[in-house]
Design a protein around this ligand. Structure first.
Ligand SMILES: Cc1cc2nc3c(=O)[nH]c(=O)nc-3n(C[C@H](O)[C@H](O)[C@H](O)COP(=O)(O)O)c2cc1C
Length: 421
């Protein structure tokens, strides 16, 4: 494929005026390299982004940044509640922007009921007091009061404004993977009958309101995007029809990009666990859905993330108009320079590592193996990011049980710190 004919090499202009130099997005990857107690970015995080700045991506979105220190999704999340970490945040954005014209967006998030009780002393909060079915991690949440909902919405806006001051080029609201915004969207977790629940329009109100409040606090040239689930892959949950309605509603807001993913930690479709073999063979997990949502998105560009591994599949997805941007997660960890490799045709297929637990007959007796697999897969990749942050290359022969031991060593002290707090 010649460079000129390569759909992935084409720039893309967003409504905010930013121009992405190509169609490859490094999707949000939670780095867990924030300071464990203060939530400030660390030197390792800066080193990791310096490496990714040379990766050739057209857009890079950071791992999810917490809007509330009391409710963290995992140990090592960066937290932005106010300007207290402004110097470190500014150094972080600069570590990336010094080497590339590609924009750097920050993903902002509240975990709601997916905040592990092991690491947070505050009780998790959620639209309704419905516990997530996630082994070990999820505790019993309490229902948010209306004034608390307002306060959280303002937090998204404040966090976005601070990130703009710190030099980031945009934010992406995390409305996927079972976190708070998804909890509002899903009828399984949102049983409210006030203005925040009761029907699909009121369930999506939290997301639309968060987008509006963020937009109102940042400049018009600052990017605002949303990562949305195609569905939550649970019976009685958020459906593709509802997701399409959300995309249609977002198209009326000043949104620059909608990224499609799916699933949650209860049903980890985003990591490829819910897909039929036929879909996996076609690589991209959510492309069929993206095709059906294209017209609802109007002029808002669509990104699709999950499963893309070969250049042929990525180029076809963009050339066919199914999506405008291809999102890459895990391959950008095992091969940090994936963007350049694809664009310069030095790689036609990205390396793919999907980690699974061994001893399955034994483990399946004590816990949900699919959830454990997705947790191990996440942790294996998280541990590789930490290596890159130390200036090393990923260690691809790391086994599932080494990953498990390190995971226990990570969560153990975090739980201990929580108890002391
Ligand atoms: C270690 C790790 C951390 C992740 N953190 C986030 C995150 O903070 N926010 C998010 O929206 N998705 C997150 N994801 C999901 C990815 O963005 C992506 O949707 C998923 O990995 C599927 O894409 P892939 O098949 O290209 O890896 C994470 C995935 C991994 C492996």
């Amino acid at each position: 494929m010649t460079h000129a004919a390569d759909p992935l090499s084409q720039p893309l202009a967003l409504q905010c005026g930013q121009v992405l130099p190509n169609r490859l997005m490094r999707s949000a990857l939670s780095e867990a390299l924030g300071d464990r107690s203060s939530g400030a970015p660390t030197g390792k995080l800066l080193a990791l982004y310096e490496r990714w700045s040379l990766g050739g991506y057209g857009l890079v979105v950071t791992g999810n940044i917490m809007v509330d220190q009391r409710h963290r999704g995992e140990p090592g999340n960066v937290v932005v509640e106010d300007e207290r970490h402004l110097p470190e945040l500014s150094r972080w954005s600069k570590s990336f922007q010094d080497n590339t014209d590609a924009p750097l967006w920050a993903q902002i998030n509240h975990p709601g009921r997916q905040a592990p009780t092991l690491i947070n002393s505050a009780q998790p909060v959620a639209p309704s007091a419905v516990k997530a079915n996630i082994a070990v991690i999820a505790g019993q949440p309490r229902e948010l009061r209306p004034e608390e909902i307002e306060e959280i919405l303002d937090r998204y806006a404040t966090t976005a404004a601070v990130l703009e001051t710190a030099g980031f080029n945009g934010v992406q609201l995390h409305a996927a993977h079972g976190y708070l915004i998804t909890q509002f969207l899903s009828p399984l977790s949102n049983l409210r009958t006030d203005e925040w629940g009761g029907d699909s329009e009121r369930r999506r109100r939290f997301l639309i309101e968060a987008v509006r409040r963020v937009r109102a606090k940042v400049s018009p040239s600052f990017g605002v995007g949303v990562k949305l689930n195609s569905a939550d892959f649970q019976r009685g949950g958020f459906t593709e029809d509802e997701s399409r309605e959300v995309v249609r509603a977002l198209a009326d807001e000043a949104v620059d990009l909608v990224e499609i993913s799916g699933g949650s930690y209860e049903s980890p479709a985003m990591m490829g666990s819910a897909q039929a073999e036929s879909t996996k063979a076609r690589e991209a997990y959510f492309l069929d859905y993206a095709q059906t949502v294209r017209e609802h998105a109007g002029s808002v560009p669509l990104a699709v993330t999950g499963g893309f591994r070969t250049k042929t599949a990525m180029a076809e997805a963009v050339a066919s108009g199914a999506c405008d941007i291809v999102g890459l997660g895990r391959p950008a960890i095992t091969a940090p320079e994936s963007g350049s490799a694809l664009l310069q045709n030095t790689a036609q297929r990205l390396p793919s590592y999907q980690i699974q637990a061994g001893l399955r007959p034994v483990i399946s007796k004590v816990t949900n193996v699919k959830q454990l697999d997705s947790m191990l897969d996440l942790q294996w990749h998280t541990q590789q990011m930490e290596r890159i942050g130390r200036g090393k290359d990923p260690r691809l022969d790391r086994t599932w049980w080494q990953t498990m031991v390190k995971m226990l060593l990570t969560f153990g002290p975090a739980a201990f710190q929580r108890k002391r707090a």
